[in-house]
Write a protein of this length. Sequence first.
Length: 567
Amino acid sequence: MKKISPILATIMKYSILLSGLLFFVFFTSKAQDSISKADLQTAARMMDLQYTVAEIDSMYMGVVRNRQEIIKMHTTGLSNSVPTSLWQLPEQPWLKRKPGGRKPNFATGKIVMPKKVKLPADINDLAYYRLPDLASLIKNRKISSVELTKLFIARLKKYGDTLECIITLTEGIAMQQAKKADSLLSKGVYLGMLHGIPYGLKDLFSVKGTKTTWGAEPYKNQVIDEDAYVYQRLRNAGAILVAKLTLGALAQGDVWFGGRTRSPWNLSRGSSGSSAGSASATVAGLVPFAIGTETLGSIVSPSTACGATGLRPTFGSVSRTGAMSLCWSLDKIGPICRSAEDAAIVFTYINGFDDFDGVPAPEPYRYNSTTEVKKLRVAYAKNYFDQLDSTRNEWAVLEAFRKMGVEPEPMTFPDDSLVWPFDITSIVLGAESAAAFDMFTRTNVDDQMTRQYRGDWPNYFRTARFIPAVDYINANRQRSLLMRTIQAAMEPYDVVITPTYAGHQLSITNLTGNPAVCMPNGFDKRSGLPTSVTFLGKLWGEAAILRAADAYQQATGWNTMRPSLFK
């Protein structure tokens, strides 16, 4: 082997050193052009961290390298429809399982369909008929699906602009589906209690051939070539899509790119949100029922404001495929109706899962309208009730159960500083929603949004980007402890009655995934607007809380009240 001369070896040695030095100078100068050690100190203070000068010196090159990888990640971009690989599991390992494990169970249960239902003298009264009554009329050929569909389309055209509750009237789809429903029935094929019955869909669900606007200006012409899971389930059940209804922009509030959805009880008031149009249109009799979604109150809140009966089912009970993602570990789909029994029927047909939503299969759901309410274990959150004025409508709910022969048992709903040491929801919702709308923020699409206040999504998503990954994970660890505590507290009961907005209940139960049914319990004496009460259930306990809600509604009738402008 030929030896290298000492001079050549020295030249090579220093060439390598010089190349390395030039690379280091180039790399660090480039990095320092965009990020400095002082930037790390500032960022650390935002995250409530303190680092020494020596620690910053040690961290600096690693942070720069991480940033380069993050920049690479940013260049790829992600569609909103791409889910996370981290899935929220309502069922934790310590939760006792029933024998048999999880199995899908669709369209089961027992709901009595009345045999003798008459058409009203005023055809518009059909707008307020219960689903079992409409089903009876359809099945017994006293009215066709086409006739019923035309009635609701006419009401949508007449009152839709008044309530500002419609984004797209799907008249073409509706008439095609209604004719098919009638044709099947003429051949002796009956698909069930939603066969031939119109409904509305919150416009964050994709339906081929329609716009899916998410209620937001940047997406008002968006077309997604996919049929959402919940739409497919309802179509297969024979239900008729008559409208895609409004939602607050990107599922926040009741303000969308075309206006503000109104309460059918007072047009000067908003319907709340984000399932704004679903609640408003249902209570005004523009649709027999509608589908909403909830991340943090988006079924409960408009149901309260409009006087609807809204079911927020157990997390994971309905596949979210084809729905806009806001927060993967909080998003839920549920029916908004005029009665608990109607909600029980609709949930029977949408309950289920597919291969695309990573949430595990739900427990079997079997609603029985003949179950005696006396057999249910009913409690009330005494710590919340003790904070209420004696004139509040919630107290009358307890009295209604006593008259039914049910004595609600007092319990303490966990909501102290140990259970809720900080706002877990803000961290979880902030981090996940900012990730779901990463490109929306990064490419300045957020500048096109109608609302730009501090509490609106554009600023919320920007702010959430400063939530550290470590803190997001630890918030979910705290959430795990919260879930354990709540499930233990709920275990002895089938139903827990609670004021809808008491304490942190709404945030807590959205985090834990527990089901809730929110329904009207009277009117506020000052505003004249509906008030509500909420029944909470154990995980996959929808059947029990819906049966209790149905019994309460039969005893009181608050859900049958009609807003005078839309009778």
